[in-house]
Design a protein around this ligand. Structure first.
Ligand code: ACO
Length: 334
């Protein structure tokens, strides 16, 4: 059983925040941000926006492009680390799309690697019998950013992107190879951990509640060691792409596009240099959106497809990396 990409879509909030806007709330400036990161603007959820709403919009566009009815979707994978319900939002998206027959829908949490892991999970599900799998990558990290920390608040934006992966004959297979990793040791470099350990205090050894009332759990803002994350990405991502290429039996010179998680233009350039991929074959849109975490790959893919850059039959080497730490690559055909 093969699988192929048959549609994509994306949605971003209306509120645009420029580097100049940020310079009014933290000690920074447009030059520093654009030289160090390549980012100029980002979109941020506000007012009545919701991440679930953006995800539904992105998913609808992907279904429209694929000309697939929501009733024919049999699995929705919502890849996000910032769900609007602790128990997951996949089923809410399935409901809003009006998929009849209650198809399976659940969330995958893997920060900026979320979409890539969702894509590979979707392919595995298809090999197990599913037919039309919606993979959504969506995050609203602006809700967890420390807006007083100039080292991290300049990086992130909110967005949603989606693709539809469809079962096909093995000759048409559009997933040639992949490579996935994680390293829990790297948590100290990038995290947004739960505050305190509430249950240790709330439940005594005999099961009695010894420290009442229990406090409501909450998460700290994003804590990041930018230099370590940078080093990790520049080292691990090229190795992972090379491994995926080898499994796919494809050489780097024969791929049409390099599409990395959009974290920092300097990371994208360094990985492209290491792999000797010329700039004109590198997809980048982070100047407009910043790092949108799980949304960045499908958002950039959607723009590249709709603008005619990525054409039917093109080969794409894609890679996600981020908190966890998690990272991985896939070689795909559009
Ligand atoms: N404006 C102006 N000056 C700043 C800013 C800012 N926004 N931020 C930091 N500085 C200052 C620092 O205080 C420091 O000043 P000093 O030399 O006087 O001490 C100087 O600029 C250099 O700071 P560094 O942190 O060394 O800058 P660096 O070149 O490492 O760039 C950055 C920082 C952009 C964060 C970079 O390290 C990076 O992009 N790392 C990767 C981060 C990333 O991609 N994270 C997301 C991963 S994906 C996920 O899963 C969420």
């Amino acid at each position: 059983q093969g699988c192929k990409l048959v549609g994509c879509g994306s949605a971003v909030p209306a509120l645009k925040i420029s580097n100049d806007d940020l310079s009014k709330i933290v000690d920074t400036n447009d030059e520093w941000i654009s030289v160090r990161t390549g980012i100029r603007n980002r979109r941020v959820i506000s007012g009545k926006d919701s991440l679930t709403g953006l995800s539904v919009e992105a998913a609808r566009k992907a279904l429209e492009m694929a000309q697939v009815d929501p009733d024919d979707v049999d699995l929705v994978l919502m890849c996000t680390s910032t769900p609007e319900d602790l128990f997951g939002t996949g089923p809410q998206i399935q409901k809003a799309l009006g998929c009849k027959g209650n198809p399976l829908a659940y969330d995958i949490t893997a920060a900026c690697s979320g979409f890539l892991l969702g894509l590979i999970s979707a392919a595995c599900h298809i090999r197990g019998g599913f037919k039309n799998v919606l993979v959504i990558g969506a995050d609203a990290l602006s809700r967890y950013v420390d807006w007083t920390d100039r080292g991290s608040c300049i990086l992130f934006g909110d967005a949603a992107g989606a693709v539809l992966l469809q079962a096909c004959d093995s000759e048409e297979d559009g997933l040639f190879g992949f490579d996935l990793h994680s390293d829990g040791d790297g948590l100290r470099h990038l995290n947004a951990s739960i505050k305190g350990n509430e249950t240790d205090h709330a439940i005594g050894t005999n099961g009695s509640v010894v420290d009442f009332p229990p406090r409501q759990a909450s998460y700290s803002c994003i804590q990041m060691n930018g230099k370590e994350v940078f080093r990790f990405a520049v080292q691990c991502v090229p190795q992972s792409i090379e491994s995926a290429l080898e499994k796919a039996g494809v050489t780097c010179s024969s791929i049409d596009w390099l599409l990395l998680h959009q974290a920092n233009q300097r990371i994208i350039d360094a990985v492209a240099n290491r792999l000797e991929v010329p700039q004109e074959r590198v997809i980048s849109n982070l100047a407009n959106y910043g790092n949108t975490s799980a949304a960045s790959i499908p958002l950039a893919l959607d723009e590249a497809v709709r603008s005619g850059k990525v054409k039917a039959g093109h080969t794409i080497a894609t890679a996600g990396f981020g908190a966890g730490l998690t990272w991985g690559s896939a070689i795909l055909r559009w």
